[in-house]
Design a protein around this ligand. Structure first.
Ligand code: SF4
Ligand code: SF4
Length: 133
């Protein structure tokens, strides 16, 4: 059983944000969105992205359905016109971790100065998964 049930969603998101802050950041290849999906979000991360996108849950679901019928499996928060993340400030853990650890290397060779160990990145993802479940 989860040990997180006594926490409010706001408290869980605050803890998720604290975990995000431990992930090293780096500059990507300009205009690149090659790692934008399909990706895995925890439930709380997904709903926060929906809210930040300015669309309703139904609108996002409708887009996913339409995209899948067009064999487009990219993230629904990727702006198809600009090729940029529409929810960058609240993007989920997996988006932040991609490129920062040996088992999720950027295919274009972009990386932070300090890489996360695989153990650390897995621990962060596991904690976010539990908090955001
Ligand atoms: S991590 Fe690499 S693949 Fe992903 S957006 Fe940045 S440059 Fe592109
Ligand atoms: S949330 Fe943003 S960064 Fe993450 S996969 Fe979607 S578009 Fe890319």
């Amino acid at each position: 059983m989860s040990t997180e049930t006594h926490k409010t969603n706001a408290e869980k998101l605050t803890e998720i944000d604290a975990l995000y802050s431990t992930i090293p950041s780096f500059k990507c290849k300009p205009g690149c969105a090659d790692c934008c999906g399909p990706i895995h979000y925890s439930r709380l991360e997904f709903y926060r992205c929906v809210k930040a996108s300015g669309r309703s849950l139904q609108q996002v679901r409708d887009q996913i359905q339409k995209d899948v019928s067009n064999n487009d499996y990219r993230c629904p928060f990727l702006n198809r016109k600009t090729n940029q993340c529409s929810v960058y400030a609240v993007r989920p853990a997996i988006c932040r971790i991609f490129g920062t650890t040996g088992e999720l290397r950027c295919p274009h060779g972009y990386a932070p100065e300090r890489m996360l160990s695989e153990e650390s990145s897995r621990a962060i993802l596991a904690q976010v998964k539990e908090l955001g479940a």
